[in-house]
Design a protein around this ligand. Sequence first.
Ligand code: AHM
Ligand code: MG
Length: 338
Amino acid sequence: VGSEKINTDIITLTRFLTEEQVKHKEATGDFTLLCHALQFAFKSIAYYIRRATLINLTGLAGTSNTTGDDQKKLDVIGNDLFIGAMRSCGRVRLVVSEEEEELITFDEYPNARYAVACDPIDGSSNLDAGVSVGTIFSIFKLADDAKGTKEDLLLPGTEMVASGFTMYGASAQLVITMKGGSVNGFTLDNSFGEFILTHPNMRIPKKRAIYSVNEGNSLYWEEPVKEYINSLKFPQEGGKPYSARYIGSMVADAYRTLLYGGIFAYPADKKSPKGKLRILYECAPMAMVFENAGGLAVDSHMNRMLEVVPEHIHDRSGIFMGSHDEVAKVIEVHKKHQ
Ligand code: AHM
Ligand code: MG
C-alpha cells in the first residue's frame, strides 16, 4: 500500500466534538462530556451485540417492559449500559428509556443541565437473527426552572439540542446532528476503538422510488395511506412502480433511507390510532436528523414531526419521513382527503 493512500489526518468523534466545542465560545464542555459518555455506551452495546450468540445473550430475559413487550437479554444489558454511561458522566439530570416505565432521575447531580431520551436497542425483535438494530437518542437542555420531573421532558422536538442514532450492522454507524447543524456519520473502527468521520454533511437525495412500511398492517390503514401506497405500486401509465424495502428495525430502515433516499412510514392506523413509534426517543430524534439532512418528517395528521408535543414520556405518533419530494407527495394525498 502506497503511504500516499493512507489518511493520516483522521477525524475521530472525539476530535470532532472538541472542534465543535471550540466553535461555540459559550460552551462549558458539559455537552462534550455527555457525548463522550454516549459514544462509550454505543461502543459497549456494539460489543455485546457482536458477541451475543457466543456468550449466551440471545433470547428473552423473562421480563417485560413498559408496553408489555418481552424484553430480550440484550434489551436489559443495553439499557443498563446506556443508563450507567449517562449517570457516570455527571452532566445528565433525567433519562427516559423505552425500557423503563418511569423517568430516571440522577439526584446525585441536581445541577446537571441535560436530559436524554433513548431507545437503547431499537428493533430488538430482529436481534437473534443477527439483523441490524440500533440505539436512538435525543438530548434536551433543561430549562433553568426545571423541577426534575416528567413534565420537564414533555417538549416538542424543536427543543432538542442534539439527536441521532447508532446502527449496529455490518459495522457500527453513528449518525449525529445538532440543532440547526449538519448531519454527520461516523463508522466504528474496531481496531482503533474509535468512531471515524466517514460521512460528513450527509444530505438525503431529494427523491427516490423506494418505500419502507409494514404492509402487513394495510388492512388497518386509513384511506389516504392506502391511496398513497397504491399510487407508488400502481403508478399512472408509463410510470415505474417503487421498490419495497422493510427491515423492521427503524434505525436500519432510516439509515438506508438517509443514504439512498425514499420514504419510511409507520402510520397511525385503525388498530393503533396513535401509531406505534414513540415520540421522544424514536420519532423526534429521527425527524431532526432527516430535516437537518434536507428531508422532511410529518406525523399522521401531517403536522411537522418536530413540533409534536408528547402528552406523556412514552407517547406515540404516526410518522412519515424521508426525501423531500416523497414526503411532499404524502402530504398532498392527505390534503385531498381533508
Ligand atoms: P421496539 O422499540 O420494540 O424494537 O419497536 C420498534 C420497532 C422499530 O424499529 C420498527 O420500525 C418497528 O418497530 C417495526 O414494527 P413492526 O414489526 O410492527 O413492523
Ligand atoms: Mg423502539
